[in-house]
Design a protein around this ligand. Structure first.
Ligand SMILES: [Fe+2]
Length: 251
C-alpha cells in the first residue's frame, strides 16, 4: 500500500516537472521571438535614421546650391562685380592649397569665397551701385553684409566653417576691420585668405567711381598692406600665385 502511494506521488512530481519544463520552454520561445522583433525594429529605426540623415544632407546641399544661384544672380546684375566671387574663390582655393590645407578645407574656403558677399542681398541697390563715396549712414548699412551673409548660411551644418569666413572676411590684421575688429591671428585663417583674394580682385576691377588698377599696381598696393591690414605670409603667397598665373598665360 505504502509503495503504491509513493509511486503515485512520484508520478505526480514527474508530471509537475514536465509541465514546468514545457512552460519554461514556451517562455524561452516567447523571449526569443520578442528579442528577434526588437532586433528587427532596431535595425529598421537605424535604417530610418540613415535615410533621414541622407535626405537632410541632400536638402542642405540643395539649399546651398540655391544660395550660390542667388549670389550669382546678385552679382550678374552688376557689370562691375560680375565674376568677382568666382575669381575670389579660385584664388582663395589656390592659396589654401598653397599653405598646405587639406582638399576638403580648401574647398570650404573656396565655397566661402563664392558666397562671401551674399549678405549684400540685404543692401539697397542705390547704395550698392552708388557712383561715388558712401555717406556714413550708407557705410553703416554696407558694413552689415558680412553678418547678414553668415546668418543666411547659419542653418547649413556642413558649412559652419564657411559661415565663420563670411562673417570675418572684412576683418583687418590691425583691428581696423569689421564686424568685430578682430586682430592678427584672432581672425580665422580662411577669412584671412578670402580677404587677400577679395582685396586683389577689388583693386583690379572697375568700379563706378574709378577704373581698375593694372596687375602691377594692384600687387604694389597689396604688398603695401602685407603685415599691416593683410596677413603677410598669405599676401606673399598670393603674389607668387598671381605671378605664376601671369607667367602661365605668357607661355
Ligand atoms: Fe564683402
Amino acid at each position: 500500500m505504502a509503495g503504491a502511494v509513493a509511486l503515485s506521488q512520484a508520478l505526480s512530481y514527474a508530471r509537475d516537472l514536465k509541465a514546468l519544463y514545457e512552460a519554461s520552454l514556451a517562455r524561452e520561445r516567447d523571449l526569443t521571438q520578442a528579442r528577434d522583433r526588437l532586433r528587427a525594429a532596431y535595425q529598421q529605426s537605424l535604417q530610418c535614421a540613415i535615410d533621414l540623415k541622407t535626405t537632410y544632407q541632400r536638402l542642405e546641399r540643395a539649399v546651398f546650391q540655391s544660395l550660390l544661384g542667388l549670389a550669382n544672380a546678385l552679382e550678374a546684375k552688376d557689370a562691375y562685380t560680375r565674376g568677382h566671387s568666382e575669381r575670389v574663390a579660385g584664388l582663395a582655393r589656390r592659396m589654401a592649397l598653397g599653405i598646405g590645407l587639406g582638399r576638403g578645407t580648401a574647398e570650404t574656403v573656396a565655397q566661402a569665397g563664392l558666397l562671401h558677399d551674399l549678405g549684400k542681398i540685404a543692401v539697397p541697390e542705390r547704395i550698392l551701385r552708388k557712383p561715388g563715396p558712401l555717406t556714413p549712414e550708407e557705410w553703416e548699412i554696407m558694413r552689415r553684409h558680412p553678418v547678414t551673409g553668415a546668418q543666411i548660411v547659419a542653418p547649413l551644418e556642413f558649412f559652419d566653417e564657411g559661415a565663420v569666413i563670411l562673417r570675418h572676411h572684412h576683418e583687418r590684421l590691425d583691428g581696423s576691420g569689421y564686424p568685430d575688429g578682430l586682430r592678427g591671428e584672432m581672425i580665422p585663417l580662411g577669412a584671412r585668405i578670402v580677404a587677400v583674394a577679395d582685396v586683389y580682385d577689388a583693386l583690379t576691377s572697375d568700379r563706378p567711381y574709378r577704373p581698375g588698377l593694372s596687375h602691377g599696381e594692384a600687387l604694389e598696393r597689396l604688398l603695401a598692406e602685407a603685415g599691416r591690414t593683410l596677413d603677410e605670409r598669405l599676401t606673399t603667397l598670393c603674389v607668387e600665385i598671381l605671378a605664376d598665373a601671369v607667367a602661365e598665360r605668357a607661355v
